[in-house]
Design a protein around this ligand. Sequence first.
Ligand code: NAD
Ligand code: UDP
Length: 325
Amino acid sequence: MRDLSCKKILVAGGAGFLGSHLCERLLGEGHEVICVDNFFTGSKENLRAIEKHPRFEILRHDISCPLSIEVDEIYNFACPASPLHYQYDPIQTMKTSVLGAMHLLELSKRLRSKIFQASTSEVYGDPTVHPQPEEYWGNVNPIGFRSCYDEGKRCAETLFFDYWRQSAVRIKLGRIFNTYGPRMHPNDGRVVSNFIVQALSGQPLTIYGDGTQTRSFCYVDDLIDVIIKLMNTDDSITGPINIGNPTEYTISELAEQIREMTGSRSPIIYKPLPSDDPKQRRPDISKAKALLGWQPKVGVEQGLRETIAYFEGVLSGEGLESPIP
Ligand code: NAD
Ligand code: UDP
């Protein structure tokens, strides 16, 4: 007989940075986990610690194509998240966001399963309201280099709410702000991984623009905590809910902090600011606090320490330990 406390859970994008942490956490909680991934930016390496776990399966599949599978819950993390990666094939990024969301929503409609969508602070674009509350509709360029991602994610949000209104699909929508931690890809182009790898390998730290733009950085463990909390709420809570750490840094401050913490002598160099790069970003997390009783526990210094240690291991070619008993 099946243990009802053990759910069968699909994690789309489970081989990526965030998805692989989620797979591990769900396995650790005793669930069966099916990772669906096309390995565009994810890797088997991210799953090395859990690939042989008896309650874990990997399915190579592109979610822009329909999928039929029997599960109790669905988390959709499938989509390249780094600007470098999502701009590599913008049409595929849009297909992943829009068609992928639609196929997973159809699945969840048939199965009556809950479905979580990893949305993003990019739905606010270059925000004119600061910090950003969920009620803010955003300031997004529909035809620029970032649009495939921003508008793709906005369209996915629309689909989630239309499936909820029209077909009573049990949706959970989290808007994730910049998140970092072990298992970010060393070359994925995002600021935390770039600066740490540059600092550790003695290369110049590359600030785009003048470094006065801001971001607010959340450590991956905090993020996984709140996503599982949101999934476990009753059907009246749909989101959107901002998920992030409201401590705001300028990019120059981040570069200085990473240089100091790594003891690096790397110089800082300035490169052109990419187009439509948001000038400021900080989540208003009042809703997450009130509805989920959540706020981040890991300060940026502690999170950076863990992440620097991880990249030191990666750069020295060390293996990674299994966190799952
Ligand atoms: P990532 O690139 O490391 O992971 C994305 C995963 O999705 C990879 O394993 C990739 O191979 C897979 N994927 C991409 N297209 C796919 C497709 N068509 N079919 C199946 N799998 C596909 O990125 P991440 O940082 O782990 O982000 C995961 C999710 O969280 C993304 O949806 C992203 O938009 C969202 N998000 C992340 C952040 C962040 O700061 N990390 C912020 C906001 C939102
Ligand atoms: N950035 C930077 N140097 C880098 C990588 C990024 O100055 O090597 C800047 C980037 O222009 C942006 C911020 O850091 O202003 C965050 O960039 P990231 O790609 O990590 O995330 P996003 O722009 O999607 O928030």
